[in-house]
Design a protein around this ligand. Structure first.
Ligand code: ADP
Ligand code: MG
Length: 352
């Protein structure tokens, strides 16, 4: 549905997007995820036609659109700040684009009411934006984009202005709406949890480059780069080098410890500098060593309670911090300064 080929975008000498390649399927919910300033909005604006690539190709539904103006592309954008017209009521805000296109009165009436119904705000047709909550304004902005029956909807941090609870609720609603309509969504966020919750696939951007594209679980469980491992969720990173390797089994030296790990990547050699990434929830704490697992002795430093889960922060022999996350009702009883065994299944650590 959308193909981005070798897209480069420079502002003066500054390269903001470098050689980006991405294929987006019809009906897919794909998220561009990355920290502020990595080029997400610029990429979206190039797809929309508000910005032109310095070089590269953009193909929408089989047609090259690099040189088409925004209004000739079958895409619509929803912005974070809603961009509603304050003096128009909800009906007229949604109808605006149709009126510009000289759509017939009867058509406008039925299409606007249908769009309002999709976002469950039919009864708000006569209200002005200042009479709406943040979540309702955002729904009107979405209705206004959907009323044009776009093949592709671009959403730039559309939930960014909502409080946490409403935001979670809108994440679910928006995902349902997208599946129901089958419209391709290209969603931008810097919030990794939001990306994991909503997306069919996530494209992780890092300083204008695409580091990894994959399903949420691929991105979370099999990060391809240290940046992805650290940006998505929390992770323990041990720096080290490869001492030995045979048939996907690596012997590593990390922070003075000798460890084992598995890898399915062929590109490691003895002497390579690596990072070993272990998710806090993959780490178990015990008094005794666990057979067949990696075991390290550590010292308990601090516990952080967060409802159902509790984090335990420990110090490794060289003083480095290491975090375990466990179910609060299954915690090993420990006090600050206690010695504790950290273990994990070597198959669940990722070598980067
Ligand atoms: P994101 O949406 O990921 O936060 P942006 O795409 O907005 O990032 O911006 C990426 C980089 O491009 C930033 O360093 C930003 O300052 C720069 N940039 C964006 N738009 C312009 C512009 N019109 N002129 C010059 N620099 C820009
Ligand atoms: Mg942005």
């Amino acid at each position: 549905m959308v193909e981005l080929r070798n897209i480069v975008k420079r502002f003066d000498q500054n390269t903001v997007v470098s050689n980006l390649n991405l294929d987006i399927q019809s009906g897919e919910f794909i998220t561009l995820l990355g920290p502020s300033g990595c080029g997400k909005t610029t990429t979206l604006r190039m797809i929309a036609g508000f910005e032109h690539p310095t070089s590269g190709e953009i193909i929408l539904d089989g047609t090259h659109v690099e040189n088409l103006p925004a209004y000739e592309r079958n895409v619509n954008t929803v912005f974070q700040n809603y961009a509603l017209f304050p003096h128009l009521n909800c009906f007229e805000n949604v109808a605006f684009g149709l009126r510009v296109k000289k759509t017939s009165k009867a058509d406008i009436q039925s299409r606007v009411m249908q769009a309002l119904k999709l976002v469950q705000l039919e009864s708000f047709a006569n209200r002005r934006p200042d009479q709406l909550s943040g979540g309702q304004k955002q729904r009107i902005a979405i209705a206004r984009a959907l009323v044009n029956n776009p093949k592709v909807l671009l959403l730039d941090e559309p939930l960014g202005a909502l409080d946490q609870k409403l935001r979670k609720q809108m994440q679910v609603e928006l995902k349902h709406l997208q599946k129901q309509l089958g419209v391709t969504f290209i969603f931008v966020t810097h919030d990794q949890e939001e990306a994991l919750t909503m997306s069919d696939r996530i494209a992780v951007m890092n300083k204008g480059n695409l580091d990894q594209v994959g399903t949420p679980s691929e991105i979370y469980d099999h990060p391809m780069t240290t940046f992805v491992a650290e940006f998505i969720g929390e992770t323990n990173l041990l720096a080290g080098k490869v001492l030995n390797l045979s048939q996907g089994q690596l012997t590593l030296e990390c922070d003075g410890l000798q460890l084992f790990a598995h890898t399915d990547k062929p590109d490691f050699a003895v002497g390579n500098e690596i990072n070993l990434a272990i998710r806090p929830e993959r780490v178990a704490l015990s008094k005794e060593k666990v057979d067949g697992h990696i075991n390290i002795s550590a010292r308990m430093q601090e516990r952080i309670y967060s409802g159902g889960f509790t984090k335990t922060i420990m110090a490794l022999p060289d003083g480095k911090e290491f975090i375990a996350q466990e179910k609060t009702d299954q915690l090993l009883s420990l006090v600050e300064g206690d010695e504790v065994n950290i273990s994990w299944n070597p198959a669940q650590a990722v070598v980067l």
